[in-house]
Design a protein around this ligand. Structure first.
Ligand code: XMP
Length: 510
């Protein structure tokens, strides 16, 4: 793999994704990992990510110069660029010239910026600057605040940039990353959906052998693709269980029961557990409490279903659609704080007797979608927006019951229909609709006064759900959704739009 060394800023995942978009496999490792351990992973290249704004900052992580005692190609970005310059004998200076945000880069030839325009907008975020490049390096670009803004050493296969090539504001950033990966490090673009499928199928066969496997389908793209992969690998050794917890959106249960089965030929067992889930959720208002109950009951229901299946065939493995960002966010990658207890990671009970099969554990969401398409899953399923495991329970602000679920489902369906009709589905990462079930406000309808509930529209754009911005949907669309909801859903007399980015807000309200 290409290792992306995380120096603690939020950019490592983005870099890892960009590398994979260039069709090269990448993994994130913490900067605290000893160099020997990194090398033991047989890295094709190492990318040092951004981090603190200066190598002089107190507590700034150090870079072990042993990293350069071997032939592995290295690319330093921002902080990683400075740390690399320092470790190789260059000079980093307190110039006092800070650059934050968009700045203008002047290219001076070389391989990294070959064939790109001589003047380029790039995104910078630094206090100090590299004053003198290390021996053997050629300076290939400068900016007003960074005389050495990019350098390369083609013999040693090392390069670095002061700016952030991974962010969209650096328009040619992906091109530069490719120049490093292909032309400097000499890597091949082999990380393609069909290769990923072949690799995963082989890995699943090796892990599972001739044993029986069970998979829970949630209605979402992750479990659907995970199950389809396992089915491709071991066929009828897989039985899928669809736990209908009663917290899904309108039409979703039917889609799993009909379309998915038709597309894959997977054996499916449907468990209607709505009464059990709603019973346990009755009166519960605390978000984390809701999540814990749902996570627990989900696994319990599985175990019960598995025991039944066991009578026919002995089950040993459980498929989980865990994604790479879940692994990284839950501390598996970098020790990043666990902000919400996502119930598919870390929330499994200790007495769970299945071994886990997690074929998506190394993948980002867009890769999972590409796999789903390649595997022939229905478009509506592959393109579906992410939907939280706890479902509508965390979109009802207040206690959950059947009536409230029906109200939210009706409002949510209208929002989904109108978004789809507008053709803007792909512009939006997710479009939660939340019901403020304990809030009432006064309205007027016809001649009568109403005292109903508000719903919140929360369309967001995002790349990975780690950060998000509220979607600037056309007012006409918002207006249509608002009019339809207040006309068609009797209990709702007010529609409000959430205009908060993440951070400080999260995408979901709970
Ligand atoms: P937040 O609200 O934390 O959401 O900005 C980030 C992404 O995660 C989804 N989400 C969850 N997914 N179990 C899940 O499987 C959960 O408990 C959960 N909470 C939030 C959310 O929909 C968004 O895509």
């Amino acid at each position: 793999p290409v290792l992306v060394v995380d120096f603690g800023a939020q950019y490592a995942q983005l870099i890892a994704r960009r590398v994979r978009e260039a069709r090269v496999y990448s993994e994130i490792v913490p900067h605290s990992m000893p160099v020997a351990e990194m090398l033991a992973k047989d890295p094709a290249a190492i990318i040092l990510s951004g981090g603190p704004s200066s190598v002089y900052e107190t507590g700034a992580p150090t870079l072990d110069a042993a990293l350069f005692d071997n032939e592995v190609p290295v690319f330093g970005i921002c902080y990683g660029f400075q740390a690399m310059a320092q470790a190789l004998g260059g000079t980093v200076a307190h110039t006092g010239a800070r650059e934050y945000g968009r700045t203008h880069l002047t290219a001076q030839g070389g391989t990294l910026l070959r064939d790109l325009p001589a003047g380029l907008p790039v995104w910078m975020s630094h206090g100090d600057s590299v004053a003198v490049a290390p021996e053997g390096f050629t300076v290939v670009a400068s900016s007003p605040g960074a005389p050495v803004a990019a350098f390369e050493d083609l013999t040693a296969r090392r390069a670095g940039v002061q700016f952030h090539p991974e962010v969209a504001h650096t328009e040619q950033g992906q091109e530069m990353l490719k120049r490093f990966l292909y032309d400097i490090a000499g890597l091949e673009p082999t990380w393609t959906p069909s290769n990923i499928i072949d690799d995963q199928v082989a890995a699943i066969r090796a892990q599972v052998g001739d044993k029986q496997v069970i998979c829970g389908l949630s209605g979402g793209v992750d479990s659907a693709v995970a199950a389809a992969l396992v089915h491709k690998a071991v066929g009828d050794q897989l039985t899928c269980v669809f736990v209908d917890h009663g917290l899904l959106r309108a039409g979703e249960a039917e889609q799993v029961e009909k379309d998915y089965v038709a597309a894959t030929g997977i054996r499916l067992k449907v468990v209607d557990a709505a009464d059990v889930f709603l019973g346990h959720l009755a009166g519960v208002t605390d978000p984390e409490q809701k999540r814990k109950i749902i996570g627990r009951e989900f696994i319990r229901t599985f175990e019960a279903a598995a025991r039944e299946l066991d009578a026919e065939r002995h089950i040993e493995f459980l498929v989980q659609g865990t994604l790479y960002p879940d692994v990284v966010e839950s501390g598996g990658g970098t020790g990043t704080a666990n902000i919400k207890s996502h119930h598919n990671v870390g929330g499994l009970p200790d007495d769970l007797r299945f071994a886990l099969v997690e074929p998506l554990r190394t993948l980002f969401k867009d890769e999972v979608r590409a796999l789903g398409r390649e595997l022939g899953l229905p478009d509506e399923m592959v393109d579906r927006h992410p939907f939280p495991g706890p479902g509508l329970a965390i979109r009802i602000i207040g206690a959950v019951d059947r009536d409230r679920l029906d109200v939210l489902r009706a409002a949510d369906l209208i929002a989904r229909e109108e978004l789809a009709a507008s053709g803007l589905d792909r512009e939006v990462w997710q479009f939660p609709v939340a019901l403020l079930a304990d809030v009432r406000s006064v309205g007027v309808q016809g001649d009568g006064r109403t005292y109903g509930h508000p719903v919140v529209l929360r369309p967001v754009s995002s790349e990975d759900a780690m950060t998000a911005d509220w979607s600037r949907l056309p007012y006409e669309l918002i207006a249509r959704i608002s009019t339809r909801i207040t006309n068609e859903v009797r209990e709702v007399n007010r529609v409000v739009l959430d205009v908060t980015s993440k951070p400080p807000g999260t995408i979901e309200w709970e």
